[in-house]
Design a protein around this ligand. Structure first.
Ligand SMILES: [Zn+2]
Length: 126
């Protein structure tokens, strides 16, 4: 079982960006560290401007520079549904996938998965 740690500022920034983009979908990269049974999210990275407005399905990670500190991606579901779609699971970029759902208010609106579709435990640290 992998546990995912994120610092509160980082989570709040993600929720704010998703809220501002609503009703459009948002896609950001997660940067951090991977340890034994643990993924630590330390920062978010914006995609190059040409990707803005694109959805997760059309996102092509192979066009980005290789960066091994990228641990995964986060995208928003304006529908509020936190379940990953098949296309989401096929994106397979980094180790984890975070989904934030409407209304983007708190940890309740956040879910993290591995690319086998298993939901991971998320812990917010101060
Ligand atoms: Zn999705």
């Amino acid at each position: 079982m992998v546990e995912v740690l994120i610092n509160r500022d980082c989570l709040e920034t993600i929720l704010m960006i998703a809220k501002n983009a609503y009703p459009k979908e948002t896609l950001l990269l997660l940067r951090g560290k991977i340890g034994r049974g643990l993924v630590k999210i330390e920062e978010i990275l914006f995609l190059p401007p040409r990707y803005v407005g694109f959805d997760a399905v059309s996102f092509d990670p192979y066009r980005l520079p290789i960066d091994f500190s990228i641990v995964g991606i986060v995208h928003s579901h304006p529908s509020g549904d936190l379940k990953p779609s098949l296309e989401d699971l096929n994106a397979d970029f980094g180790s984890i996938m975070m989904i934030v759902g409407y209304p983007f208010d708190s940890k309740r609106d956040v879910a993290v998965y591995d690319y086998d579709g298993r939901r991971l435990k998320l812990r917010v640290i101060d």
